[in-house]
Design a protein around this ligand. Structure first.
Ligand code: GLA
Length: 384
């Protein structure tokens, strides 16, 4: 698949622009194993980069023009690099052009124009960070071609800034960090306060497990209100508790929080506080007992998102409950919520039954047919 996509993005570039690209860079999507809506609260997350990637074929131009195109949108969009602003870009091209803009904000980039062509096999709108995959592929490419020399954490910040300011989604640092820092068979345990990261062996294959993604095909958008309102509730909760961020709250603070906060804000806070603890417990359990022991934590995370943070939807709950009934070790929605995908950690021999059961249950309930597939942990952004 990888080689096919590299050949295809190279020939797509050639067909469009009439010459060979200087190179191909790629970056993966991600699933989050656990730690949801904790990143912007300076908390803990534990995602991994997946074996679905975005490939960017790029060459520099001698003038200041940026031309961008992709297999998923036939037109070529061109704009002078120094005229890119948060107001001047729209649609999918906001991701690559936003990265060019963000590099200028965060580093001394000597910007020249460039030609860019993208292909991707990360499903769009599924909560698997197809946007971070574009941002990180373009960020590593331009960082090298423009000789900027940022490290992986700074490049993750470039992607996040593009997402926040140009695309207008007030998201945290998790997706871009996972896409930059991912490693084969490893999860990325990230402290979002200082971006220190540890790679943790997942051990799924060794234990006869696979991670199933159930894309509900209900599209989510974080530039819409639900994500921002959850973030605002967390900030309000931290202020009321006299804390800089909810990272500094523990389960011991919850009794006080229940007295100080209205019920909704209290439940938002409780989700973040307990979710941070579940991330720490998941990493410790994985190390001590292996992946078969983390199921309870994954499912508890889903319940917390469903009941306290209220970001799940019926399709995600159905996917999770059906997977659990048919032998998944643990399951939860993954990503920002309000649509997108669930994950289920499954014994390999149960994958067929779980997949068929979820598909049948969705049909019975009249939901759009889900897209169900297995993912594994893959390497982060790099030159191909
Ligand atoms: C989206 C955002 C992330 C993170 C998750 C929720 O994926 O992009 O920054 O907040 O939602 O955990």
């Amino acid at each position: 698949m990888t080689d096919l996509l590299i050949a295809s993005v190279t020939s797509g570039f050639h067909k469009l622009y009439g010459y060979e690209p200087a190179g191909v860079w790629s970056a993966p999507g991600r699933v989050n194993l656990i730690g949801e809506h904790t990143d912007y609260n300076e908390g803990f997350v534990f995602p991994f980069a997946i074996n679905r990637r975005t490939y960017a074929a790029i060459s520099l131009r001698n003038d200041g023009l940026a031309r961008v195109s992709s297999s998923f949108s036939p037109e070529v969009i061109d704009v002078p690099v120094d005229e890119i602003t948060p107001e001047s870009v729209a649609g999918w091209s906001a991701y690559p052009l936003g990265v060019a803009w963000a590099l200028k904000q965060l580093a001394q980039a000597k910007q020249t124009g460039f030609d860019l062509y993208l292909e991707s096999d990360v499903p769009v709108g599924a909560g698997l960070s197809s946007s971070a995959a574009i941002e990180c592929a373009v960020a590593v490419a331009l960082d090298e071609l423009w000789q900027v020399g940022l490290d992986v954490r700074e490049l993750a910040r470039v992607g996040q800034l593009a997402e926040n300011r140009i695309v207008g989604a007030p998201t945290g640092i998790m997706d871009q960090s996972a896409s930059m820092l991912g490693q084969l068979d490893q999860g990325v345990f990230l402290d979002c306060r200082d971006l220190s990261a540890q790679k943790i062996d997942l051990g799924f294959a060794r234990e006869g497990l696979e991670l199933l993604v159930i894309d509900t095909r209900v599209e989510h958008r974080h530039a819409n209100g639900g994500y921002a309102s959850r973030r605002a509730a967390c900030e309000a909760g931290a202020i009321a508790l006299g804390l800089g961020s909810l990272r500094d709250a523990t389960e011991a603070d919850l009794a006080r929080a229940a007295e100080l906060l209205d019920n909704t804000t209290f439940r938002r806070v409780r989700h973040v506080v307990t979710e941070n603890q579940r991330v720490l417990d998941t990493v410790a359990t994985l190390r001590e007992l292996g992946p078969r022991a983390i199921g309870r934590l994954l499912y508890a995370s889903h319940q917390s998102m469903r009941d306290d943070f209220e970001i799940s939807i019926d399709e995600l709950d159905t996917a999770v409950e059906t997977a659990m009934r048919h032998g998944a070790i643990g399951a939860r929605m993954t990503g920002g919520g309000f649509g997108g995908a669930a994950i289920a950690l499954c014994p390999i021999e149960k994958i067929g039954d779980i997949t068929r059961s979820i598909t049948a249950e969705f049909a019975t309930l009249g939901y759009v047919a889900p897209n169900i597939f297995v993912v594994s942990a893959a390497d982060g952004a790099h030159k191909n």
